[in-house]
Ligand binder design. Structure first.
Ligand SMILES: [Fe+2]
Length: 216
């Protein structure tokens, strides 16, 4: 490999994965503690819906804009790619099943439905965690020398454009929640200046208010 080749900084995806691990890790507890509490199920249901969409968008972005380019250009371990696909499918099936139950649960807080969704996440979490870790350890180093900056940016844009405008600042709060100073500064560079300002003025407060209510 030519060491002067430009490399794409893929660390952004690690930040996205942190959101997925953290928020899906908490969902089972949130579903269970909202049992028969319709005030809570409205709050948790909206959050769960947003996170299911976030995860779904993340995976479809990879399926459409990342994996095909890797398959075309890089020498990949076929077993690794088969595993990536299988994990995506397993997670996607769980996402679909939870999405189907979520609207009714959000309005009824039915305990049995909440338990079903919680158990489904519990059983899917190990595969999801393995998947994210393997992608970070084995795929991202290949991505960084295989994709152009423009192709990598297209993946980020795909993710961002799927988020409703009114929710982008809160999602920005999620993405930067577990970052250190350097990671935050770097990520904020890809955020348009008006959104950066809006986040400082309003978004961060809204994110804190929402997550405090969700996690209480
Ligand atoms: Fe990913």
């Amino acid at each position: 490999m030519n060491t002067s080749e430009p490399r794409v900084d893929t660390h952004e995806m690690v930040l996205i994965h942190r959101v997925i691990r953290r928020e899906f890790g908490q969902l089972p507890r949130l579903f269970r503690t909202a049992a028969n509490d319709r005030g809570r199920s409205k709050v948790i249901g909206a959050h769960a819906r947003e996170m299911l969409d976030f995860l779904h968008t993340h995976h479809t972005g990879e399926d459409e804009l990342l994996f095909p380019l890797l398959r075309e250009r890089a020498v990949l371990d076929p077993e690794l790619m088969d595993r990536m696909d299988a994990q995506h499918e397993q997670v996607d099936n769980a996402v679909r099943a939870i999405r189907a139950e979520l609207p009714a649960w959000t309005s009824t807080a039915d305990a049995a439905t909440g338990e079903r969704m919680a158990a489904l996440i519990d059983t899917t979490m190990p595969a999801l965690i393995d998947h994210l870790a393997e992608e970070e350890q084995k795929l991202l180093p290949i991505v960084s020398v295989t994709l152009t900056q423009r192709e990598w940016d297209a993946l980020g844009k795909h993710g961002m454009s799927a988020i409703p405008l009114t929710r982008r600042l809160v999602i920005l709060g999620h993405i930067t929640e577990e970052t250190d100073e350097a990671e935050r500064t770097k990520f904020m560079q890809v955020v348009p200046a008006p959104a950066r300002l809006a986040y400082r003025l309003l978004g961060h407060r809204q994110f804190t208010r929402e997550t405090t209510a969700i996690r209480s």
